[in-house]
Design a protein around this ligand. Structure first.
Ligand SMILES: NC(=O)c1ccc[n+]([C@@H]2O[C@H](COP(=O)([O-])OP(=O)(O)OC[C@H]3O[C@@H](n4cnc5c(N)ncnc54)[C@H](O)[C@@H]3O)[C@@H](O)[C@H]2O)c1
Length: 400
């Protein structure tokens, strides 16, 4: 049996444990939890964990008393670093949600903590380990494009309203959508290009669609929810109209996506869309775009990688990889099986985590990948704020 201790037993980590970890290792039990919302956390426990799971007030108490074989951090973004720094004190395998940090102070503290630790982490980056991404990397390694010179990453998020009508709207916790979303994409793009990103120029659009003044031309009052809104009949974001239009997002009563409490560009808010130009350490270049007001069939996430000899492009939504040979009259399309959580990436992360606990394999998303991606996201955020190119701090370096 694997005994798991969890800091922050919320929606994402409970679903990973109950459905994905347990699929790989049926004999895993949640034996300890640190979470101030005991009632909420208990309601997410699987039947088999209800008897064994004990709630603790600190990681230290949990590790000493519950004696877990491994730890998992599933809090919201701003608490990932504090808990991971604590976890680094123990030699236990760690599953760590992304982004692994939300500020430079946190990221460097995390790097320091792990430099002095033997704790091995699986950072929750399902895209990097998804079979389609791994196959693309294999093609690149086999010379499908020659040296990879360029990557275009796109992310048209069809469920982007969750960043404005749910807990993700809280900028103080997320620090924006480079850290929240692009952390995955910068990570897998670096993996595909076989190189880290060293310089970024970025732009972001705020408050043009969501938040004040919003697409509706006026900022809606703070605290407004659809059930109390006079506009619910005509508003495209009311539960009724989302259902009628099949436009996605929660169909429960929710905070207004046009509310002034989404934040402001000055005080900080999630962006409607953002873009980054990327320079890689090996001389390759890249472009990345993420758009959060896309809906329905506009959902697209994937990359086009090119070099002198060919072009590869894949999209997780269509689950296809296209290979074009530039100098031979052949092109082909490979189709992957569908229907898997995070395009199969969650299952792969789970294999890695269980394998790490069992001493059978190494993490393919170690702590360095999470920290390097945060450094890239922080550079993008700073660039969007200042309008300047920003050098990306590199893991293991001490910038002057
Ligand atoms: N890797 C992925 O693809 C992926 C997907 C979805 C979410 N996430 C990440 O998962 C994280 C959690 O998101 P969620 O939707 O599950 O949130 P959630 O609110 O459902 O879960 C957070 C949990 O942390 C608990 N918590 C609050 N304060 C705490 C504290 N001081 N100590 C311990 N626990 C505390 C809450 O009570 C809650 O149970 C986010 O950071 C998000 O970025 C990652």
């Amino acid at each position: 049996m694997i005994r798991l201790g969890v800091m922050g037993f919320g929606g994402r980590i409970s679903s990973m444990i109950n459905h994905v970890f347990r699929e790989v290792e049926p004999d895993i039990r949640v034996v300890g939890i640190v979470d101030p919302d005991e009632e909420g956390a208990r309601s997410r426990l699987a039947e088999c964990d209800k008897a064994d799971a004990v709630f603790y007030t600190s990681t230290d108490e949990m590790v000493r008393q519950a004696k877990p074989d491994a730890l998992a951090v599933g809090t919201r973004c701003n608490l990932h670093t504090p808990y991971a720094v604590e976890a680094a004190r123990y030699d236990l395998p760690l599953f760590l949600e992304k982004p692994v940090a939300t500020s430079m102070e946190q990221a460097t503290a995390l790097e320091d903590a792990f430099a002095a630790s033997r704790c091995q982490a699986v950072v929750s980056f399902p895209l990097r380990v998804s079979p389609l991404c791994v196959l693309t990397r294999q093609y690149i390694d086999e010379g499908a494009v020659g040296p990879a010179e360029h990557i275009l990453g796109v992310n048209y998020v069809p469920y982007g309203t969750c960043y404005f009508d749910g807990h993700y709207r809280n900028f103080a916790v997320t620090q924006g959508l480079f850290l929240q979303k692009a952390t995955h994409d910068f990570d897998y793009m670096s993996y595909l290009m076989g190189s880290t990103i060293i310089r970024v120029a970025a732009t972001a659009q705020y408050g043009r669609v969501f938040g004040a003044p919003g697409a509706r031309g006026k900022g809606m009052p703070a605290g407004l929810v659809c059930s109390q809104c006079d506009d619910a009949l005509v508003c495209l974001e009311s539960p009724e109209n989302r259902k009628r239009n099949g436009s996605g997002g929660t169909d429960q009563d929710h905070p207004c996506v046009f509310g002034v409490d989404c934040g402001s560009p000055e005080a900080g808010m999630n962006e409607d869309a953002s873009n980054a130009l990327l320079q890689f350490a090996n001389g390759a270049a890249g472009v990345y775009t993420q758009v959060f007001y896309s809906r329905r069939d506009s959902g697209t996430r994937g990359s086009t990688i090119s070099g002198y000899h060919g072009t590869l492009s894949f999209d997780w939504y269509t689950n296809e990889l296209k290979r074009v040979r530039h100098h031979a009259p052949f092109s082909d399309t490979i189709r992957a099986g569908g229907g898997m959580s995070h395009f199969g990436g969650d299952h792969e992360l789970s294999q890695d985590f269980i394998g790490l606990i069992r001493g059978r394999c190494k993490s393919r998303t170690p702590i360095e990948t999470g920290i390097q991606s945060v450094y890239t996201c922080l550079a993008a955020k700073e660039s969007a704020e200042t309008g300047r190119f920003v050098d990306v701090r590199q893991v293991g370096s001490t910038p002057v």
